[in-house]
Design a protein around this ligand. Sequence first.
Ligand SMILES: NC(=O)C1=CN([C@@H]2O[C@H](COP(=O)(O)OP(=O)(O)OC[C@H]3O[C@@H](n4cnc5c(N)ncnc54)[C@H](OP(=O)(O)O)[C@@H]3O)[C@@H](O)[C@H]2O)C=CC1
Ligand SMILES: CC(=O)N[C@@H](CCC(=O)OP(=O)(O)O)C(=O)O
Length: 343
Amino acid sequence: MIKAGIVGGTGYTGVELLRLLAMHPQVDVQVVTSRAEKGLRVDAVYPNLRGFNDLCFVAPVVENLTACDVVFFATPNATAMTMAKELLAADVKLIDLSADFRLKDVAVWEKWYGAKHACPKLLEQAVYGLPETNRELIKRADLVANPGCYPTATQLGFLPLLKANVIESSMLIADAKSGVSGAGRSASVVGLMSESGESFKAYGVPGHRHLPEISQELSHLSASPVSLTFTPHLVPMIRGIHATLYAPLKETGINLQDLFETFYADEPFVDVLPSGAHPDTGDVRGTNRCQIAVHQPQGGQVVTVLSVIDNLVKGASGQAVHNMNIMFGLDEKTGLDQVGLYP
Ligand SMILES: NC(=O)C1=CN([C@@H]2O[C@H](COP(=O)(O)OP(=O)(O)OC[C@H]3O[C@@H](n4cnc5c(N)ncnc54)[C@H](OP(=O)(O)O)[C@@H]3O)[C@@H](O)[C@H]2O)C=CC1
Ligand SMILES: CC(=O)N[C@@H](CCC(=O)OP(=O)(O)O)C(=O)O
């Protein structure tokens, strides 16, 4: 059994990790941290876990985690980087759900995250954990930077087109919508029902911190430089991301459906829907799947890709478990093969 620890076990991605790992046959969660709930039983704070977890929350300190084989950081940005070096030295594999290790250029990270990076030397060693692009590197990684939620939905939609070099990579547009759980569990005015219910708005239009992440990763994979306009929106739902992606086509006679189906044929968690489909965030809720549809409206010059994920699963904790499966040589679908909730 893989001995796992979770730092930040009371947040939305932390409790989602607890839910997924409770169903994983080869993982034993041995440590769950919280500063606010330290000493309390996990299943007293989260009764949905009664019968699946008999641990108590402990403090997030290195000494509590060194006996683990793998530690997941489900913590705010600039937290994992303060403990990563010591845990790696103790031979613990790390999967960070935050953005601490996603960007390769420390100056870019410090600009977008407004903090000094605590261990810039680890940025080179960290592997960006999008299995669909980095599977071989993830197999050998000790430190995986789990992608952001918007970057996951956006990259998976653009990837087949960029790899096939059939779009103008300097004119990409990602118009993405997230449910409120994307903002985490800490109290904020924007998360109030009376603020976000029955209402819908864009945010971060001048620049969102997921922009450099998406640009960095797509640029690696594209033959020509990538330039992206990215607009996130907050929609009144709890889970889910819907990304509507646009790009000009270099030529109009390409069989885009065939391109997507072939590209993702062997991917266990990317599901290309039949031609003409309109994916629904409700269909991937609770699953590690990304459902994608590709359209070429009126046979014109622009390709429109629709990409949906559950932000807490494929956009965070499910992808983290997928990465763990790859790092430990398990069948990639272990513990992640659930049918989604409907409705
Ligand atoms: N929500 C989402 O959809 C997604 C989130 N992410 C990223 O995953 C990470 C976690 O997100 P989410 O679960 O939503 O966040 P939450 O705010 O819901 O939870 C944060 C957790 O971290 C703990 N924590 C906070 N500060 C510290 C600290 N300094 N040291 C140790 N533990 C700390 C909190 O517990 P306590 O304070 O009691 O210690 C809590 O358990 C973030 O970096 C987020 O950006 C990535 C993709 C999607
Ligand atoms: C709806 C909402 O507020 N979403 C969050 C994205 C969460 C996330 O994935 O952020 P990290 O890159 O820091 O991990 C946001 O836009 O800030």
